[in-house]
Design a protein around this ligand. Structure first.
Ligand code: 4HQ
Length: 247
């Protein structure tokens, strides 16, 4: 997989290579990450890539021709695959695990990061395939959303996570929040580890974890439960969680 990022701050994006399991994957081209600075394709000596908005108002708008020339260079470097061009924008579809899985299954993609007030609408209409948003919050640029997307996608690729089960068991892949985790020591901060986790009874541990995951989702994200059809066993575990909660 190949990911290209168009950004006025390419060094920030490239910093992803330095940290964690995704950093290691990127260093080993899983996925290959390339950055493109629109400033390198500005048509003026000062490297200006923005201009004042038609109609007036505050701030600056990234100009369409400079971004289009940058995308032309990306397309030439990628060759002719059908990689979608994605613009990070509060107007986009909400990025979630389903989007991460969809993108991880494809040939890669091109992320365009806007700055200032945004980008000329003609660039969006002519060259952008899909707009994605990381949530209802206003950021100063598309770089952090782009980095979120790269992280979420890269960790789904083969060989990026140490243990393939990690991705399968993730919250949202199961449709539920995660169960609690504990490690040594067995008494910490005046609290014990739940006895079942020390029992060595793997079936009982699996049931306890499933019950905690269902319970956490019921408590904190009931909207996620509405989207699932629980098995009879899951219904029973959740009912147990709810009744034990009162005690
Ligand atoms: N932006 N999800 C870039 C965002 C945003 C978001 C605001 C996009 C500023 C220039 N992007 N413009 N939320 O807040 O993706």
């Amino acid at each position: 997989m190949r990911i290209d990022v168009v950004s006025l701050f390419p060094e920030w994006i490239a910093g992803l290579r330095e940290y964690g399991v995704v950093g290691r994957g990127l260093r080993e081209s899983r996925p290959a990450l390339n950055t493109w600075n629109p400033r390198d394709r500005a048509d003026n000596a000062s490297g200006r890539v923005d201009d004042r908005p038609y109609g007036g108002g505050p701030g600056m708008v990234m100009d369409a021709p400079t971004l289009a020339r940058t995308l032309d260079a990306v397309a030439a470097a990628r060759g002719d695959d059908r990689a979608p061009v994605i613009l990070l924008s509060p107007q986009g579809h909400r990025f979630d695990q389903a989007w991460a899985e969809r993108l991880a299954a494809g040939p890669g993609f091109v992320l365009c990061c806007g700055r200032y007030e945004g980008v000329d609408q003609r660039f969006i209409d002519a060259r952008v395939d899909v707009q994605l948003s990381i949530g209802d919050v206003v950021l100063s640029g598309g770089e952090l959303p782009a980095m979120m997307i790269i992280d979420a996608v890269a960790r789904l690729l083969d060989g990026v996570l140490g243990d393939a089960r990690s991705a399968v068991q993730d919250s949202f892949s199961t449709g539920l929040l995660d169960h609690p985790h504990y490690t040594r020591p067995d008494a910490a901060l005046g609290r014990a580890v739940p006895e079942v986790l020390l029992s060595g009874d793997h079936a009982r541990i699996a049931r306890w974890r499933e019950k905690q995951a269902l319970g956490a989702t019921w408590l904190h994200r009931p909207d996620l439960l509405d989207r699932l059809t629980l098995s009879a066993e899951q219904e029973r575990l959740l009912a147990e969680f709810i009744s034990e909660r009162g005690e």
